[in-house]
Design a protein. Structure first.
Length: 680
């Protein structure tokens, strides 16, 4: 016998009892049918039929007590053999009795045996109505049509209808002639098919439970009878993993659903009813989030979750709002995973490939589900390269977990440079490496060792890069992002600063909110335009400008990511910002030695160069920043390409002349020396 055998055996036994009742009803009808051979029966009402309709209606068939006892004994025997029956488990979970089950199975008969379509058409006295009506179903189960309790079993507040186990159609008809239907998913479940309803599949998430002490608290709450719980998460996705672990400790499965796209569904209420029914079928709890998204867009759909008969664990970033439900659930905060926990999560999914981790991602705030997807994406990339899993594949997998929402507000840069490409003074290089060390170990220092207590401050790292244009601030931010295996997002101030009061703060809030769900470096160039000094209040403009700065002070403190502010004018940054910065790095103009190194890097292969290049002279004579040297080298390459020859001193001096004009500097003989003749 197959695994589904006992369920089918029990189901067939119960259906056989109802089939006998249908046979009895047919015999009653045939014995009292004055026109059995009328080809137009069901299409008109004759005088004899009208008289028969006015006659006393015979009571429904008596229940076969012996048959019912035999079916009960069969069910007990099958469950004693170690196989919990689906039908009985559904009855226990949904609070159904035998009458409820009989109504469902009576409605189900035509879906399992096509003979009952015609039999029901005959009993309905209408060949076009081949499904059970409410009146016929009550008659089959032996309930009187005027029995209020029996009729309530098919009402909108009944468990059968409320849980989506039975649908009552044709609501414009009188109650007894309304059609009944069992949804296909209910039929499939009773036949032992485990797959969820197709309309629900795009919204389901794979559960990735991870046991933490908080999961044990959830398990105890569920064991005490709690049916609605709320988990506030700092890192997206961590709440769902902890909720799944708590359900597992309580002996329950998990049905996890993503609420971000549910409001887009044409019928979000029905969709969540399907999710609730799926949890009911699986003896599971329903994990759904983020709750604040659903509350804002479809509050009527949220009520489906807050009033569910199954355990519901709602996750989200916001605190619980009492308006979301009539009662107040147990609300708990899910803290980010400790470094040791993150390492164990990576080890679980990497398994034998743990060597590929190599410090790439232990510092990243990824939920277990994101880690699983990152590892899967990394393995796909490794297979495409035909190589074993390597750290660069893991970096690609991690970057693939970043949401696209931030790209609408900032420009994404995939780092292509490393420490060897950065030409700065040793002091600056040391300070930059210190920033990466802070980013890697911030959770250990700030969370585990609790070095940042109170004040509602986050675990973010904020650095200020100050220096003239072209001294390497942007490139340094890109190097840090690449070393940490992160993307760099450059905030476009044109999308942030707004002349209308309060709009700048809203734009920044959107950026910080999106960045909270992304493992990336957030780079504010020309930061003094947004993070400028507060001034004394002389008019309304000063007041609102100070409010804007005060908001930024608060928002930076609660930010949990890595932010880099760059400015050409350090003196313009408000002192209150500098106190809250983890690092301030001054980028000086390059020395002659660094300028020579910059010229050599910018004019390196595969660029063809002539033998007359005098990089020592360029470094000694032209006091240019790194960005200016790069721009001049690019201009020289264009000039050489147009002339069809390698880059020589002629092209290089002409490019420097153009760069001087851009900078508003004079072309002096003492700087260009003998090479000035190349320009003339």
């Amino acid at each position: 016998m197959t695994a589904a055998g006992p369920d089918l055996q029990y189901l067939r036994a119960r259906l056989a009892l109802l089939e006998d009742r249908v046979r009895t009803l047919v015999r009653h009808r045939q014995a009292d049918d004055p026109e059995p051979d009328d080809p137009f029966r069901g299409l008109y009402v004759s005088d004899e039929a009208a008289a028969r309709l006015l006659a006393p209606v015979p009571s429904g068939p008596d229940a076969d007590d012996a048959g019912r006892r035999a079916v009960q004994a069969l069910g007990d025997e099958l469950e004693a053999g170690g196989h919990p029956l689906l039908l009985r488990r559904l009855a226990g979970t949904a609070g159904l009795d035998d009458l409820d089950l009989d109504l469902v199975l009576t409605t189900l008969l035509p879906d399992l045996d096509s003979r009952f379509e015609r039999l029901y058409g005959y009993l309905n006295d209408d060949v076009s109505r081949r499904r059970a009506t409410t009146g016929l179903a009550l008659e089959v189960v032996g309930a009187a049509p005027e029995d209020a309790g029996a009729r309530a079993r098919l009402g909108p507040a009944s468990p059968l209808v409320r849980l989506g186990l039975l649908r009552v159609e044709d609501e414009d008809r009188p109650f007894l002639t309304r059609a009944l239907r069992v949804p296909d998913r209910v039929t499939a479940h009773l036949l032992g098919h485990p797959d969820p309803a197709p309309e629900l599949v795009p919204y389901l998430l794979e559960a990735h439970p991870y046991p933490v002490p908080l999961a044990t608290r959830l398990s105890r709450a569920l064991g005490s009878g709690a049916r609605l719980l709320h988990l506030r998460e700092h890192a997206p996705g961590t709440g769902a993993s902890v909720a799944a672990a708590g359900l597992a400790e309580a002996g329950l499965g998990t049905v996890a659903i993503d609420l971000t796209r549910v409001p887009e569904h044409p019928a979000p209420v029905e969709l969540l009813r399907s999710a609730r029914r799926e949890a009911l079928f699986g003896g599971a709890g329903l994990v759904a989030g983020p709750v604040e998204v659903l509350a804002a867009a479809a509050p009527e759909a949220l009520r489906v979750l807050t009033t569910a008969e199954v355990p519901v664990l709602l996750t989200g970033h916001d605190s619980w709002d009492p308006r979301w439900a009539g009662g107040t659930p147990l609300s708990l905060t899910v803290t980010p995973l400790e470094p040791a926990d993150r390492a164990r999560v990576w080890a679980r999914y990497l398994d034998s490939d743990i060597g590929a981790l190599d410090g790439v991602a232990e510092h990243l705030a990824l939920a277990p589900a994101q880690v699983a997807r990152a590892v899967a994406a990394a393995r796909t990339a490794a297979a495409a390269d035909g190589t074993p899993l390597r750290p660069e594949h893991l970096r690609l997998g991690v970057q693939a977990q970043n949401a696209a929402g931030l790209e609408r507000l900032a420009r994404r840069i995939e780092p292509e440079v490393g420490w060897d490409d950065l030409v700065v003074t040793p002091a600056v290089a040391t300070a930059l490496r210190d920033v990466t060390a802070r980013a890697r170990h911030r959770h250990t220092v700030l969370t585990t060792w609790r070095m940042r207590r109170g004040g509602g401050r986050g675990v973010g790292i904020t650095a200020l890069f100050a220096g003239d244009s072209g001294t390497g601030k942007t490139m340094a931010a890109e190097v840090i992002a690449g070393d940490l295996g992160l993307d760099l997002y450059t905030v476009n101030l044109a999308t942030v600063v707004d002349k209308y009061v309060g709009e700048t703060e809203k734009n920044l809030e959107r950026i910080f909110t999106e960045a909270a769900g992304v493992n990336a470096v957030l780079f504010f160039d020309e930061a003094d335009a947004v993070f400028g000094k507060r001034s004394s209040v002389k008019d309304a403009h000063d007041r609102y400008a100070n409010i804007e700065s005060a908001y930024l002070l608060q928002r930076l403190e609660s930010f949990d990511g890595l932010a880099v502010l760059a400015t050409n004018l350090r003196a313009n940054i408000d002192e209150a910002f500098t106190r809250r910065l983890d690092a301030i790095i001054d980028f000086p103009a390059p020395t002659e030695e660094l300028r020579r190194e910059l010229w050599a890097r910018c004019l390196a292969a595969p660029l063809p160069v002539a033998d007359d290049l005098d990089l020592g002279f360029c470094a000694r004579s032209f006091e240019l920043a790194g960005g200016d040297i790069r721009a001049a080298s690019t201009t020289a390459a264009y000039l050489a390409a147009a002339a069809g020859r390698p880059v020589g001193m002629g092209e290089l001096v002409a490019a420097v002349q153009q760069e001087y004009r851009k900078l508003g500097r004079l072309v002096l003989e003492r700087e260009f020396g003998d090479y000035l003749t190349l320009l003339r």
